[in-house]
Design a protein around this ligand. Structure first.
Ligand SMILES: NC(=O)c1ccc[n+]([C@@H]2O[C@H](COP(=O)([O-])OP(=O)(O)OC[C@H]3O[C@@H](n4cnc5c(N)ncnc54)[C@H](OP(=O)(O)O)[C@@H]3O)[C@@H](O)[C@H]2O)c1
Length: 293
């Protein structure tokens, strides 16, 4: 965290809303075993909900669900599923219904990311990210929509701000997240008349995540510094707060929106990498990149 004069204090998301606003509700969260989605799940559980977290690695999910249940006093169950496979998500939704009898809130957060220039990115690598982020979001919506309709619930999809412009080395994620935003808008329009809301949260670079750990080894990042209007990187709490708000009755008239949680960074339109030098000669960012150059 920086010590900028513009530093915005972190507001732990249990401190704003009443503890029990989600009493009796059930959250279904893909990607909930780690990072931002685990943080969102914890905050929603602290407000009274029970939860199901979805991912591929059962060990990590089991550990995360015990931790979440212990920390919040609510019930969290781990379900192993691959968001690329619709039948595994259908089975996860059915198990959730058997266990809890309802699904009120869905977070579509499972994602894959790495950095690579187009020249080093295979069609297969591009396809994999589209399959996890975009198709995975679609599959999650398909598997849960009848249940979310029944509770007049809501979706929060986790996107990014990369695709608002051309972010180098992120063509796969940019395309995938543009698709996620589009899916959410259609869900909002098709499902609004059934009482279902759908919104997108777009985190900025978020402290304490795998993505940030890769970035913090980047000497260019350190040399260039990072600034945004609120003077620090996104914290998981910031995204969790926004999710609590979007699922709460306070957001009952908000749907079809994309909300960046990036401290206003988007408006500075800065480049994460020095431009165009990092594109002309990528050698100084080589260790961040996966594909061949
Ligand atoms: N970190 C950032 O700075 C940042 C910035 C902007 C947007 N975001 C977005 O925020 C969300 C969370 O990111 P994070 O950094 O917290 O990432 P993370 O900790 O790597 O979380 C990604 C999660 O997705 C799950 N996942 C991946 N592939 C899956 C698959 N095929 N099926 C089911 N689950 C799968 C992973 O679990 P398994 O490996 O067990 O499957 C993992 O729990 C993502 O949507 C990401 O794009 C992050």
């Amino acid at each position: 965290m920086t010590s900028s004069p513009y530093f915005a204090p972190v507001n732990n998301s249990i401190s704003t809303f009443k503890d029990n606003i989600f009493e009796g509700k059930v959250l279904f969260c893909t990607g909930g075993g780690s990072g931002i989605c685990k943080g969102m799940t914890e905050s929603i559980m602290r407000h009274g909900a029970n939860a199901v977290i979805i991912g591929r690695k059962l060990d990590r999910l089991t550990e995360a669900s015990s931790e979440l249940s212990e920390r919040t006093g609510r019930t969290c169950i781990p379900i192993q599923a691959d968001v690329r496979q619709p039948q595994t998500l259908q089975a996860a939704a059915e198990r959730t219904m058997e266990y809890f009898g309802r699904i009120d809130f869905v977070i579509c957060g499972a994602a894959g990311n790495f950095m690579s220039p187009i020249s080093g990115l295979s069609a297969n690598a591009f396809k994999t990210v589209i399959e996890i982020d975009t198709l995975g979001t679609y599959n999650t919506v398909k598997a849960t929509i009848p249940h979310v309709r029944a509770t007049k619930g809501a979706y929060v999809h986790v996107s990014a701000t990369l695709h608002y412009r051309g972010a180098p080395y992120q063509v796969h994620v940019s395309a995938a997240k543009a698709g996620v935003d589009a899916i959410s808008n259609v869900v909002a329009v098709e499902e609004g008349p059934h009482g279902v809301r759908s919104n997108v949260l777009a985190p900025g670079f978020t402290s304490g995540t795998e993505g940030m750990r890769v970035m913090s080894g980047n000497k260019i990042n350190k040399a260039e510094g990072f600034s945004n209007p609120l003077g620090r990187f996104t914290e998981i709490h910031d995204v969790a707060n926004a999710a609590v708000f979007l699922f709460s009755p306070a957001a009952c008239y908000i749907t079809g929106q994309v909300i960046p949680v990036d401290g206003g960074a988007e408006h500075l339109r800065g480049n994460f990498f020095p431009y165009p030098s990092s594109v002309i000669d990528p050698s100084n960012v080589r260790k961040l990149l996966k594909g061949k150059m």
